[in-house]
Design a protein around this ligand. Structure first.
Ligand SMILES: [Zn+2]
Length: 214
């Protein structure tokens, strides 16, 4: 805890001053125009990687940056999403996955979820374990040596991280308040992946169907 408390004191001494005016202006209400849905992973710093200021970003974080489809969305994130879209009327929703995501690795090794019923339930809840590429990927990995397996697994994680982002964008479209605003062109969806060691973001490009550097 000491590092957190020391960090707070550094914020009071060094960080608060430059934000004070903006924070005071936002004391009564917020009008963010972007909702960022990203992973709980401690290495992903949503505000910092886009240099956001207070009031810029509304954020949902959970394991695997998951948005369950409307029929399965009974958790707090569903309420947060509905609030962001229907009340705050954000103009953009960005689903941002990241390299080497633990939730994706859990998809590839479901046996490691033994004894973790909440995690298993969450990943299944979002329908991730039904994606057709995962079993194929898992089968192909079984033929490789340890080094090849590692390289292949990293590549497979990258591919599944991207696929997961697109799956969650599809799930978002099942939410009627999202669909209605998309139809009226009042809302736009974006898929991103944050590369942790490189500090770079790749964005989904509809034209090419690829993730390309932002
Ligand atoms: Zn993650």
């Amino acid at each position: 805890m000491k590092s957190l408390i020391d960090g707070y004191h550094r914020f009071r001494e060094e960080g608060y001053g430059e934000l004070a005016e903006r924070l005071r202006a936002l004391a009564e209400e917020q009008h963010p125009t972007k909702l960022l849905i990203t992973c709980s992973d401690s290495r992903v710093l949503p505000d910092r990687i886009v240099s956001a200021l207070p009031g810029d970003l509304f954020v949902i974080r959970n394991a695997g940056n998951i948005v369950p489809p409307i029929d399965e969305c009974r958790n707090g994130d569903g309420g947060t999403l509905e609030y962001a879209v229907s009340v705050l009327k954000v103009r953009h929703i960005i689903v941002c996955g990241h390299s080497n995501c633990g939730a994706i690795k859990a998809m590839m090794h479901p046996e490691e979820l033994e004894g973790l019923p909440m995690v298993r339930g969450w990943l299944a809840h979002a329908g991730l374990d039904t994606t057709p590429t995962r079993p194929e990927g898992a089968r192909s990995l079984m033929r490789l040596s340890a080094d090849e397996l590692h390289a292949e697994e990293l590549a497979e994680i990258d591919r599944l991280v991207e696929r997961n982002v697109l799956t969650q964008l599809d799930h978002l479209r099942t939410h009627p308040y999202v669909a209605a605003r998309l139809k009226r062109d009042e809302l736009h969806l974006h898929g991103w992946v944050f590369d942790i060691p490189e500090g770079r973001i790749r964005a989904y490009d509809r034209g090419s169907g690829e993730f390309v550097e932002l």
